[in-house]
Design a protein around this ligand. Structure first.
Ligand code: SAH
Length: 546
């Protein structure tokens, strides 16, 4: 920011008030600045009210704007593009606006450029007429500053206009319940562009907080802060620091884990995973995409990674109108990154692997499952062999199944690297389970870790049938006393619904099953209470009794 804008205004000296009115001596040194925001773009104009008692400004119902900015070059120039609003001096600012009229600042220095004043103090903006301009009426200096630093432009009239979104009562209700998302249907008015950091206000004019705005997704708003807390770059930094410190405190026995888990770290739509000396991130909304520079510089600063890769290829980005792109944002990132998890070493393809390379959310479940490893193991939907490699250490024979040849090639490579024996097979689990049953094969432990069968609400019924099918087959294949580790990462299938499906499978398999452990995604993927979307991975460890 330019030094001139950093300078503080001393509360002494000549002021702009020539003929103070009213009887409040403190108000005599006050002046009122108003930013007039005509409907047409690029016609913003700052207007200074002179000679009025600022106290009157807030106390009276009506205030005539006495002077238009063109009268004073020192005021008009900083924002001097576009035609001046010739009607500004005749306009009436009515306190029946959604917010009360606000004193822009105490002007202490003669002829202080109004723009500086605005930047120096908590700035407020008032519309020139009483139409829908109220969406932009009121903002705080810090929001303003962060906006400036975010796009590092010199202040212009446009940058004075703080993007604002007004939400309906139902949206407010959601915020009160702790949910950070506002759907488009609950948005009443938008004065913002794609990806803006916006001020969120109620229809009655209350400031609810600041948020990321998307002009495409059904999730129009993702809250960053509440009340008057500014959602500036410092807030982003603090949140990343807190997220990283929390992971540090978990004493995770792995060099790969999640550092930032989006909403659950109050950094909506941001994922950051650590893979050894490298970081892989995903920005899954327009607003977070725009924040990449501050995110990357904070991560570089805090953690000194050798490289930061953006795995911005999830389909979710298409819903946001964002392109799918994989790119190195900082340093260098090799084709294959070595990580260690609970004594197992992996080569991870962070550019092309699923998710950001590994299924980090299952780390603790793999560790838990390992305690039940004995005899013959079947790892279904094995991917790179996370469960298989871990369980193989305690077993006589381990089979890993995955439909992806690439995944199976990695299981083999990882098995060789860790000197464990895994029979890795390419195949469709639905067919393979049936085939193994026909052959009357039996296993002592089976892992079912399928992809999300229900990617939408509409798909839940079909997904339930799929979950039931594989659980039924697996229960049949288990020897009595055997362990079934069964997972669902479909957010749309609740924990209760999943337990019900597994119960149905047990009934159909004519077997008694006990629940030995109820588990979820690892601690580095915490669940934000009130935000069910952050609780997606369910993992039951079951024992087949008979
Ligand atoms: N258990 C793994 C993660 C599994 S992810 C771990 O801990 O790392 C789900 C895997 O299921 C993917 O690798 C995908 O290729 C595989 N998959 C999807 N549909 C399948 C099917 N019908 N049969 C076999 N594998 C399938």
């Amino acid at each position: 920011m330019a030094p001139a804008l950093e300078r503080r205004v001393e509360p002494e000296g000549e002021d702009l008030v020539s003929e103070p009115e009213g009887d409040d001596p403190a108000a005599h040194r006050q002046d009122v600045g108003v930013v007039v925001l005509p409907r047409q773009a690029r016609r913003e104009q700052i207007v200074a009210e002179r000679g009025s008692n600022a106290g009157d400004f807030v106390r009276r119902d009506l205030l005539a704007l006495a002077a238009a900015a063109e009268d004073d070059a020192s005021i008009g120039l900083p924002l001097g593009h576009g035609a001046p609003d010739r009607e500004a001096d005749r306009r009436i600012v009515d306190r029946l606006f959604a917010v009360r009229p606000v004193i822009v600042d105490l002007v202490a220095e003669a002829r202080e450029r109004l723009l500086q004043v605005l930047l120096e103090r908590e700035a407020c903006v008032i519309g020139a007429d009483r139409d829908a301009h109220d969406a932009r009426l009121y903002y705080t200096l810090s929001a303003f500053r962060s906006q400036l630093s975010a796009d590092s432009r010199e202040p212009t009239a446009e940058s004075l206009v703080i993007p604002t979104v007004i939400i309906a009562a139902r949206g407010e209700e959601r915020l009160r319940s702790g949910h950070p998302w506002i759907y488009r249907a609950d948005v009443v008015d938008v004065r913002a562009a794609a990806g803006d950091r916006v001020l969120v206000r109620s229809a009655r004019g209350r400031t609810l907080g600041q948020a990321l705005y998307s002009d495409r997704s059904q999730i129009a708003i993702r809250m960053l802060s509440h009340g008057d807390e500014p959602a500036d770059d410092r807030l982003i930094r603090r949140r990343i620091e807190a997220a990283a410190a929390f992971r540090e405190s978990l004493r995770i026995d792995a060099t790969a884990y999640r550092l930032v888990h989006g909403e659950a770290d109050l950094l909506p739509s941001l994922i950051v995973d650590r893979y050894g000396d490298y970081l892989v991130l995903q920005a899954l909304s327009q607003g977070m995409d725009r924040l990449m520079p501050v995110v990357v510089s904070t991560l570089a600063d805090l953690l000194h990674p050798r490289g930061i890769l953006a795995r911005n290829d999830p389909r979710a980005r298409l819903l946001e109108g964002l392109e799918q792109r994989v790119e190195v944002l900082e340093g260098e990132v090799p084709e294959s990154v070595e990580v260690r998890e609970d004594g197992i070493e992996y080569d991870v393809d962070v550019r092309r692997g699923q998710k950001t390379g590994l299924f980090l959310d299952q780390r603790e479940n793999r560790e838990a499952a390992a305690l039940y490893a004995r005899g013959r193991i079947l790892d279904c939907f094995s991917y790179n062999g996370g469960f298989a490699l871990r369980l193989a250490r305690g077993a006589q024979e381990t089979i890993a199944l995955d439909i992806s040849e690439e995944a199976i090639a990695r299981v083999r490579a990882n098995a060789a690297r860790n000197r464990v024996a895994v029979d890795a097979r390419v195949g469709n689990v639905f067919d393979e389970l049936r085939g193994l049953d026909r052959l009357r094969e039996r296993f002592d432990a089976i892992v079912l870790d399928p992809p999300a069968f229900a990617k939408s609400k509409a798909a839940v019924e079909k997904a339930a049938a799929g979950y039931k099918e594989i659980n039924l087959r697996a229960l049949k294949l288990l020897a009595p006393g055997g362990t079934l580790v069964t997972c669902s990462c479909s957010y749309h299938v609740s924990e209760a619904a999943f337990a019900e499906i597994v119960y149905d499978a047990a009934i159909d398999a004519h077997t008694h099953v006990t629940v030995v452990e109820k588990r979820m995604q690892g601690r580095d993927h915490p669940v934000l209470l009130g935000v069910p979307e952050t609780y997606y991975l369910k993992c039951l460890i079951l024992r087949k009794l008979t």
